[in-house]
Design a protein around this ligand. Structure first.
Ligand SMILES: *[C@@H]1O[C@H](CO)[C@@H](O)[C@H](O)[C@H]1NC(C)=O
Ligand SMILES: *[C@@H]1O[C@H](CO)[C@@H](O)[C@H](O)[C@H]1NC(C)=O
Ligand SMILES: *[C@@H]1O[C@H](CO)[C@@H](O)[C@H](O)[C@H]1NC(C)=O
Length: 300
């Protein structure tokens, strides 16, 4: 009895994993990612590479490049991928750019060599998170901005930050670089910090010239597929929060105004003080400025 159960389990295991022993690889991506499924071969004249998505042929390349097709050219189906497929002519690897929900499913790679076909299946699933949206970040001048990469960096991931398309920081392996070119260095001199663990970028003492688009490009490599992910941040730094120089200027102006006002009030009081003493004397005639002895104090 025990032996029977053992065999039953073994058969179920085989069924579950494909009796033919097809190698299946799980690939989890975010919406908007670009994923490259690798053939791990260098094509030579003898091979033919075919890609199927849920059993529909979506790409094919013959070793001698005499026949190449992608998407709707390979089948008369609707244009499911719309310019999203790229086929590497050297390796036959397939790239799906800007992936969306309709592209999750089974990608079957068939490599046909001397009439013998070998299969590999990539099971592509989308997580709910969309990396493609742009985050809006608003700060006042002088504040600190942290742009969160939003993930834990894997050791083989490379991460690159761009400011308005200029490369500003780069992490590859355990190496990181900040502002390697002059233009970047002048703009951000000592104001950028990069978190090696997460790839998050911090800009200190922000200026309004730091406003613009920050783009993070993450490349994740595994043995049989690559995922590339882009995150965008639209940063606007406003100078309504005043810089220390402006604050100092305003304080000086306010002090001057206060001094002048105090002076005027003081002068006026001194001007009219004698008039009030006149009123106390029941003299109801209007004050005669000429008769005030304190007029010549230099007050305007
Ligand atoms: C990605 O695809 C969506 C629609 O599926 C489209 O709205 C968006 O513009 C595309 N993004 C890029 C960068 O092509
Ligand atoms: C492809 O197949 C997967 C799993 O078999 C299924 O979830 C998905 O909806 C299918 N996609 C299309 C576009 O047929
Ligand atoms: C960034 O935000 C500003 C103002 O909020 C807007 O004017 C600008 O078009 C945005 N840029 C992009 C690339 O979305």
């Amino acid at each position: 009895m025990k032996l029977h159960l053992y065999w039953l389990a073994w058969i179920l295991f085989l069924l579950d994993n494909g009796v033919s022993g097809v190698d299946t690889e799980g690939v989890s991506v975010n919406k908007g990612d670009s994923v490259t499924l690798q053939t791990s071969v260098e094509t030579n004249q003898q091979e033919e590479i075919k890609w199927y998505f849920n059993d529909t042929r979506i790409a094919q390349i013959s070793g001698d490049l005499s026949y190449i097709c992608t998407d709707v050219q390979c089948n008369n189906d609707t244009e499911r991928f719309k310019d999203r497929l790229k086929l590497d002519h050297q390796t036959g690897s397939l790239t799906i750019t800007n992936i969306t929900n309709t592209h999750s499913g089974l990608y079957d790679l068939k490599i046909i060599r001397s009439r013998i076909s070998s299969d590999k299946i990539f099971s592509v699933t989308l997580s709910g998170v969309s990396a493609a949206e742009q985050d809006e970040v608003k700060k006042n001048q002088g504040e600190v901005v942290t742009l969160d990469a939003g993930e834990i960096r894997k050791p083989d991931d490379s991460m690159m930050w761009y400011f308005n398309e200029i490369l500003i920081t780069e992490i590859t392996g355990d190496q990181s670089k900040i502002c390697t070119d002059v233009q970047c260095n002048e703009r951000f001199r000592d104001r950028l910090k990069l978190d090696q663990q997460t790839g998050s970028l911090t800009i200190t003492n922000t200026r309004n010239t730091d406003s613009g688009e920050y783009k993070l490009l993450i490349n994740s490599k595994s043995s049989s597929f690559n995922i590339s992910r882009v995150k965008r941040f639209n940063v606007s730094v406003t100078d309504s929060g005043l810089s220390s120089g402006a604050v100092a200027g305003i304080v000086v102006v306010l002090l001057l105004v206060a001094v002048v006002t105090a002076g005027v009030i003081y002068c006026r009081r001194r001007r009219y003080a004698p008039v009030q003493t006149d009123e106390n004397n029941a003299n109801h005639s209007p004050p005669d400025p000429k008769g005030i002895p304190l007029r010549d104090t230099g007050c305007p």
